[in-house]
Design a protein around this ligand. Structure first.
Ligand code: SF4
Length: 241
C-alpha cells in the first residue's frame, strides 16, 4: 500500500499540465521549447536569469524567439559589479526590452540582515531573504517561467526534466539536455560576449561571498558555497503552491 498522500487538486492539475508538455517537448530543441512556452502562456511566461557564467545562451535564444519577453533578474545586493555591468551589456547587445530587476524587501533586510553579513552565519536564511522571497514576488504575475539549468552542471541536476511543475507555476528548462561543448559552441557561433569573471576561472557566478574559482575537472558549480553542504540557493528547490 502506498504511503503517498494524494496531491491537492490544483497541484495535481498543474502536474498533469507539466507532464503533457514534457511528453511533447522532452526531445525538442531549446528554441522550440522557448517558442512553445511563449505560445502556451503568452504574456504570462517570464525568463529568470542570473546574468551569470552561461546565461548569455538562454538569453540569446529568448531574444531570437521574442526579445520582448520579460526577463527577471534578482539583484541580491551581494553581486559582483561585473555581473551588473554584464546585465547592461547583454540588454544592449541582445535588444531585450523587458529586463526587470528585483531587490530584497528593504524592511525585511533591515530586520533580518541589517549588517549585510547574514551569509556568514546562515546561508539558507540569507538566500531566502535575498533570492527566494524576491523571486516569489517577481513571479507572482506569471504562470510559467524559463531558466537556464543544465543536467551536466552538477550531480544534483542530472535528472532535471524539460518541463516540470513548480509550486503554482510551470517551469521550463530549455537547456537541460545541452552539454558544455554545445553551450560553448553556441557562444562561439554567435560571437556572444562572456561574463568577464569567466576569464579568471569562475565557472558559475553568483554572489561575491559565496562564489569561488573552480579547478579543472570540478563540477561547474563546485565553487558555489564551497566547503558547505549547500548546493542550491533555494529558488530551484520545489516550492509549494
Ligand atoms: S548566495 Fe550567499 S550572499 Fe547570495 S543570497 Fe545566498 S547566502 Fe546570501
Amino acid at each position: 500500500m502506498s504511503n503517498l498522500s494524494p496531491l491537492p487538486e490544483a497541484e495535481a492539475t498543474l502536474a498533469r499540465h507539466a507532464a503533457r508538455l514534457e511528453a511533447r517537448l522532452e526531445d525538442a530543441d531549446p528554441l522550440a521549447i522557448i517558442a512553445a512556452a511563449r505560445e502556451a502562456f503568452g504574456d504570462r511566461v517570464a525568463t529568470v536569469s542570473s546574468f551569470g557564467a552561461e546565461s548569455v545562451v538562454l538569453l540569446h535564444m529568448v531574444s531570437q524567439v521574442d526579445r520582448t519577453m520579460p526577463v527577471l533578474f534578482l539583484d541580491t545586493g551581494h553581486l559582483f559589479p561585473e555581473t551588473l555591468a554584464y546585465r547592461d551589456q547583454l540588454i544592449d547587445r541582445l535588444g531585450l526590452t523587458q529586463v526587470l530587476t528585483f531587490h530584497p524587501d528593504e524592511a525585511a533586510r533591515m530586520a533580518r540582515d541589517g549588517d549585510n553579513d547574514l551569509w556568514a552565519s546562515n546561508t539558507d536564511a540569507c538566500c531566502a531573504l535575498r533570492k527566494v522571497e524576491p523571486l516569489e514576488k517577481a513571479l507572482a504575475p506569471f504562470d510559467a517561467w524559463l531558466n537556464g539549468r543544465k543536467r551536466y552542471q552538477a550531480v544534483t541536476r542530472l535528472r532535471i526534466p524539460v518541463v516540470e511543475a513548480d509550486g503554482r507555476h510551470i517551469k521550463f528548462n530549455p537547456l537541460a539536455a545541452l552539454g558544455p561543448a554545445e553551450i560553448a559552441g553556441w557562444i562561439h557561433a554567435h560571437d556572444l560576449p562572456e561574463h568577464p569573471m569567466k576569464r579568471f576561472g569562475f565557472a558559475s557566478i553568483g554572489c561575491m561571498p559565496c562564489t569561488s574559482r573552480v579547478a579543472p575537472g570540478e563540477d561547474a558549480r563546485a565553487g558555489r558555497w564551497r566547503g558547505a553542504a549547500k548546493t542550491e540557493c533555494g529558488i530551484h528547490l520545489r516550492r509549494t503552491a
